[in-house]
Design a protein around this ligand. Sequence first.
Ligand SMILES: [Zn+2]
Length: 336
Amino acid sequence: MRGARVGDYTYMTQAFTKTAKKPAATRTSPARTKAVREWKTGKAQGLQILEAPEVSRLKWLVHGFSTRSGGSSRLERTERGVKSSEEVLNLGFNEWDRPERVSANRQKFFSAVGAGKMRPVLLRQTHSDIVYLVGAANIPQGERAPQGDALITRERGVLLAVQTADCIPILLADTKNHAVAAIHSGWRGTARRIAEKTLGRMRMEFGTRPQDVIAAIGPGIGQCCYEVGHEVIKEFATIFPAAREWFDGPFDTLENGDADSNWLPWLTMRPPGHAPPAPTARLDLVAANRAILAGAGVPLKSIASSSLCTACRLDLFFSYRRERITGRMIAAIGIK
Ligand SMILES: [Zn+2]
């Protein structure tokens, strides 16, 4: 099973591993297999932090991807009629959680990545392509967070953070100009090329050249688990010439299919109400974002990506797709 190991790290709680769904057999594009490397987890203050080795080598910054356990939030679950409660590191202000616990979890995570004294910046994420520049004069805090889905800065002591639970977190580091970015890229952000737009804004603000950038694509929902319908396929096919390579399933049928669901029963000669379920294909968001970054000029060897799927690995991550009521992880990067 792909992604069964996380570096040398052995996970202690088995409760969710037992019930974890096995990933469906899937084709993996050669480009992806070749480029994926296992990431390391560091243990700090009782938390498991996922780090990209390529970024860890840059001593002028701190970074990390949070995982599920080690926090003080209590996530209630009902599985086969049995209620249970799990202590989790929820880093998002969700309805089911208490704000003071989320704040405590965030402080614990920020300290664990070595950013306890940094000023964290988070946006109100809306699946947009809005890139927000954080400078000395504009470091938004708390309730006044602006909308957007990518953050860039060259300011020291600022921690850029994006929240995810299946969407793809991407961290960028400009090794020449010492600038950083944090990006939230679900299918909408990917379709809007948010990673490429972030690089463009970094070029404009800091003179960043893509060939100097190290990128770390963090854990998100894998192709094994990410079924999408024809509306997503049509949009990707319109925007990206290489879109077909990122989908597993009946791409052509779905790309050319009429949006009107009536075509299916007609085609299969089934009476109304007896149509087969709408066909889907599985989207590889990591491959798509790798291609977008590479297309924007970031060398493939400078793009690290996690092979872990948030929906397969409920022992490690939160998955909105699988759980609905769940927590949020944070991917963070900042200049010391
Ligand atoms: Zn999966």
